[in-house]
Design a protein around this ligand. Structure first.
Ligand code: NAD
Ligand code: ZN
Ligand code: ZN
Length: 362
């Protein structure tokens, strides 16, 4: 058993509490990882707000990390102590019908398919003050040591800087892949990205890499625009600057609406606005933002009947165990610069300050 620090969420709506926790050794098929760095994704904030009905508290959040294998359980062959790894919040078991389908990146062993958030065997490796603590998405990266099923760990290049490539655990591949895998943005096309936080900026990078000729960033926080422009946005607009609905503004700006639109916020109203902003016949709208649990969208069916395509994406469509190590290699070859997404670096003791910065749009 290892004693270390972790940020524990004891109850919905409460700040995280940095505690000493006990982390049990990995059982068969599991890996214990020393987490070196973790990002904060808005999905962690959704968790603290209580948006995941299947997640029980107390829980250790975090799902965008990078670390080093400390020990492995019986039967683990794909990683060994000392290997650098990225925990996969969307696993790839390689055996389920979804994993065997070349078109799919969902895995039936994903935590989202489970009604419980201990480990898959329904026990926890974390305790704190004598209480069992739940895991999050199998990975719980807000702990200095965590235990993860082998199929949710990807071995990466030993040269990778873990404090940078942790973002390749969620935000960057989600946004970048939403553009290149899910939407399949074509060269010369027009795109609109609703919400340019960490994930939305990654969508902008993906649209740019795919050769889009016009990329319109839409955000209510104009402080986000400088970075969006630096990464390839050609226009930046705030819905607050217009009297008419933003979908009408985008349609006028582009003639018949954009070829591809992306919702990267997680609100039902911006999801509908993003759909209405793309070309009525050939437009493709990708839903990336996670809506609050229980959200319902009502819409004019003509929006879809006229030909538009509306899709969603999980982790940008990547088959994670295969693709994340390749993305790390591409990062090392400087094919993209995800470091631009890093705004602040804080020690674990200041994790709540990190969430305050996220809430303040910083
Ligand atoms: P973030 O908080 O960094 O960014 C959200 C952005 O949306 C901010 O810039 C904010 O100003 C902007 N915004 C808020 N309301 C708006 C409005 N009405 N109109 C225009 N802009 C608005 O969040 P993030 O970490 O980039 O995550 C974005 C979303 O993506 C979240 O919902 C998150 O849960 C989701 N997500 C989904 C996946 C997936 O696999 N599908 C993966 C990661 C994150
Ligand atoms: Zn995330
Ligand atoms: Zn699978």
């Amino acid at each position: 058993v290892i004693r270390c620090r972790a940020a524990v969420a004891w109850a919905v709506g409460k700040p995280l509490s940095v505690e000493e926790v006990e982390v049990a050794p990995p059982k068969a098929g599991e890996v214990r990882v020393k987490i070196v760095a973790t990002g904060i994704c808005h999905t962690d904030e959704h968790l603290l707000e209580g948006s995941f009905p299947n997640v029980d508290f107390p829980v250790i959040p975090g799902h965008e990390g990078a670390g080093i294998v400390e020990s492995v359980g019986e039967g683990v062959t794909s990683v060994k102590p000392g290997d650098k790894v990225i925990p996969l919040c969307l696993p790839q078991c390689g055996e389920c019908t979804f994993c065997l389908n070349p078109e799919s990146n969902y895995c039936l062993k994903c935590h989202v398919s489970e009604p419980q958030n201990l480990l898959p065997d329904k026990t926890s490796r974390f305790t704190c003050k004598g209480k069992q603590i739940h895991h999050f998405l199998w990975v719980s990266t807000f702990a200095e040591y965590t235990v993860i099923p082998e199929y949710a760990v990807a071995k990466i290049d030993a040269a990778a800087p873990l404090d940078k490539v942790c973002l390749l655990g969620c935000g960057f591949p989600t946004g970048y892949g939403a553009a290149i895998n899910t939407a399949k943005v074509k060269p010369g096309s027009t795109c609109a990205v609703f919400g340019v936080g960490g994930v939305g900026l990654s969508v902008v990078m993906g649209c740019k890499a795919a050769g889009a000729s016009r990329i319109i960033a839409v955000d209510i926080n104009k402080d986000k625009f400088a970075k969006a422009k630096e990464l390839g946005a050609t226009d930046c607009i705030s819905p607050h600057d217009f009297k008419k609905p933003i979908q009408e503004v985008l349609t006028e700006m582009t003639g018949h609406g954009v070829d591809y639109s992306f919702e990267v916020i997680g609100h039902a109203d911006t999801m509908t606005a993003a759909l209405a902003s793309c070309n009525m016949n050939t437009g493709v709208c990708v839903m990336v933002g996670v809506p609050a649990s229980g959200s319902v969208i009502s819409l004019d069916p003509m929006l879809l009947l006229s030909g538009r395509t509306w899709k969603g994406t999980l982790l940008g469509g990547w088959k994670t165990r295969h693709s994340i190590p390749k993305l790390v290699s591409s990062y090392l070859e400087k094919k993209f610069n995800s470091d631009v997404l890093i705004t602040h670096t804080l020690p674990i003791a200041k994790v709540n300050e990190g969430f305050e910065l996220l809430r303040a749009g910083k």
